[in-house]
Write a protein that binds this ligand. Structure first.
Ligand code: CA
Length: 155
């Protein structure tokens, strides 16, 4: 089996006060090749080093996870996936509106979570290089060149 993306160096901050759940999920994330930091409280989450993606439980002992989400979103574009037992529609809407990129209701299967993590990481980190074509314009970011109708443009 081949994996379509390499995520070996991606760092995930797991914000979860349920230690048993955090241990199980943390182990699965490590097996999947991610580096994992665990924060059991809102305060620890906000003090944690920058991560590539945050998995955020909403029911935390010291503050609501939506508040953590808002504060993280104010200072960075880090990918945030809310993990919660709150599955009602208005709760999902609140979760997404606080700035989360995705919302997964417990219980969930790890393959689904992993696919969602990969999707959020793909969106959060577009490859900077490559060739982009817009109408007659072709921009080659690897070569720092631009062309209109195939003719080089002086930038
Ligand atoms: Ca909780």
């Amino acid at each position: 089996m081949t994996r379509c993306t390499t995520m070996v160096s991606m760092r995930i901050l797991l914000v979860e006060d349920d230690h048993r759940f955090a241990r199980a999920l943390g182990a699965a994330l490590l097996r999947a090749g991610y580096a994992v930091d665990h924060a059991p409280t809102a305060q620890a989450a906000l003090a944690a080093p920058a991560a590539d993606l945050v998995l955020l439980d909403l029911g935390l002992p010291d503050a609501d996870g939506t508040e953590v989400c808002r504060q993280l979103r104010e200072r960075s574009d880090v990918g945030i996936i809310v993990l919660t037992a709150r599955g009602e529609e208005h709760e999902r809407v609140t979760g997404l509106r606080c700035g989360a990129d995705d919302y997964v209701v417990k219980p969930f299967g790890f393959p689904e979570l992993q696919a969602r993590i990969e999707a959020v990481l793909r969106r959060a980190r577009p490859r900077p290089g490559g060739v982009h074509v817009v109408g007659r314009l072709r921009i080659d970011l690897d070569q720092y060149r631009a062309y209109v109708d195939g003719e080089p443009v002086t930038l």
